[in-house]
Design a protein around this ligand. Structure first.
Ligand code: ZN
Length: 442
């Protein structure tokens, strides 16, 4: 019988087995960083730590944290690759860049082995969703410097899938490919999946009927865990949609499996997780919420040791029907420290606003503006409705959204219904949230 697991010896390992593997890998990466990365040597010296002091996994807390800002500064001071680079240039094989939605783009280099490890872990996640060698896959992606679906491509190749490249294609050409070929899987940002389905609909093509897609995976934005977005993608394509948790810095680190039980399995043999209390930085246990700090154990060109992801997550010991023994989170990433907004003293997560607004089927697109009127912070939610919305029911529609926001956020938001088509349809890293306030709390 076919195994449910891609790496059974890891995905069902005992805690002791995992711990000893992690310990061995941690010692090796710390030694490697000390020996070859001027950045880490300096930072370990400043923290008065040497590799021989890392004797067990618990000693990880003696190592200093790093942040995206540290990396950005390092690359500015030592252009273009930074002093963090821990291998000779001739050993590097790939460079990828963060999308640079905030600040300058960060460059991340990989050796051939790093990249092969990266793609293997990616394949483990795709396999857990249910992707098999019998599938035909189209990553709907431009294949630019963003790491996005690059590794997904190689991961599918490792599984043995048939791959269809759609990099330079227009949306209409991609839709045509989906209607023509037996493509069973797509990978894209959630926004683009919705945009492509809407475009198909405008051309009278129902992709749920015309395509053979059974599964989709999404990254780049948190959309696929927002019930409204997930439902929209699933009904538009007649598929099961999966959220892919990963970043350019750390790589693929978390996934939900075929059961979609709400448990996120963490690839802890690849990315060692710590979840730290938001106030004290002390580790939290099952039931606790904190910032996810990850150490990549298998990437040598640009090592990431105790990287503060700014992602807020909740630890769980709830088991999943798949019986994986890996470290688990309840739900997905709950919010981003960077994204948290303080409005009239209340913490508001933009993702929560999106969740509420997307519950309404008559919402086609939306934008949220945080602004200050006099001394008071305001949330303005602009709604771009579907074209068939009954114009006589606009007031009732607006009131219903207002009430849901008030209930869900514990704070009043102003809702404005625009004419259909007033807002742009955003692609990758949707800019749906604008903060117009000059001095932002936090
Ligand atoms: Zn599972």
């Amino acid at each position: 019988m076919e195994s449910r697991y891609y790496d059974p010896e890891i995905e069902t390992a005992s805690r002791d087995e995992l711990r000893s593997l992690q310990e061995r890998k941690l010692k090796a990466i710390v030694q490697h960083a000390w020996d070859h990365s001027p950045f880490y040597k300096k930072s370990f010296q400043e923290a008065n730590i040497t590799p021989d002091k890392i004797r067990s996994l618990d000693d990880i807390t003696r190592l200093p944290f790093i942040t995206k800002e540290d990396l950005r500064k390092d690359q500015e001071t030592h252009p273009p690759w930074g002093s963090m680079l821990a291998v000779p240039m001739e050993e590097t094989q790939r460079v990828h860049m963060t999308s640079g939605t905030t600040g300058t783009a960060i460059k991340i280099l990989d050796t051939a082995q790093d990249w092969s490890n990266f793609c293997h872990i990616y394949a483990r996640m795709l396999y857990a969703y249910g992707i098999r060698k019998t599938d035909m896959v189209m990553p709907v992606f431009s294949f630019g410097p963003w790491i996005g679906f690059w590794a997904g491509w190689y991961a599918c190749q490792e599984i043995g899938c048939l791959l269809f490249a759609s990099g330079g294609m227009k949306t209409e050409q991609r839709i045509n490919a989906l209607a023509t070929y037996p493509i069973t899987v797509i990978g894209s940002t959630p926004s683009y999946a919705i945009h492509m389905a809407d475009t198909a609909r405008k051309n009278d093509i129902d992709l749920a009927k015309k395509s053979r897609i059974k599964l989709s995976w999404h990254t780049g934005e948190p959309g696929a865990v927002i019930p409204g977005v997930k439902n929209k993608i699933e009904s538009s394509y007649g598929c099961k949609a999966f959220d892919f948790l990963g970043s350019t810095e750390i790589g693929p680190w978390g996934y939900n499996c075929e059961f979609q039980s709400g448990v996120t399995h963490v690839n802890e043999d690849w990315a060692f997780p710590e979840v730290l209390d938001l106030e004290t930085d002390e580790p939290v246990g099952p039931g606790g919420t904190g910032e996810l700090v990850l150490t990549n154990l298998d990437r040598r060109a640009t090592p990431f040791i105790r990287y503060r992801t700014r992602d807020i997550v909740a630890v769980t010991d709830r088991s999943c029907p798949c019986e994986r023994t890996l470290f688990a989170l309840e739900g997905s990433v709950l919010g981003r420290l960077d994204d948290m907004k303080k409005i009239r003293g209340i913490i508001v997560y933009p993702s929560r606003i999106e969740e509420i607004v997307r519950e309404f089927e008559d919402v086609d697109e939306f934008q949220v503006v945080f602004k200050r009127e006099g001394d008071l912070d305001e949330i303005l939610v602009k709604i771009d409705p579907v074209p068939q919305l009954d114009l006589n029911s606009l007031d009732a529609f607006r009131d219903k959204i207002s009430q849901s926001l008030q209930l869900g956020l514990n704070i009043r938001a102003t809702v404005e219904i625009l004419e259909h088509g007033s807002l742009p349809r955003w692609g990758h890293k949707a800019k749906r949230f604008v903060d117009e306030r000059k001095d932002i709390p936090f």
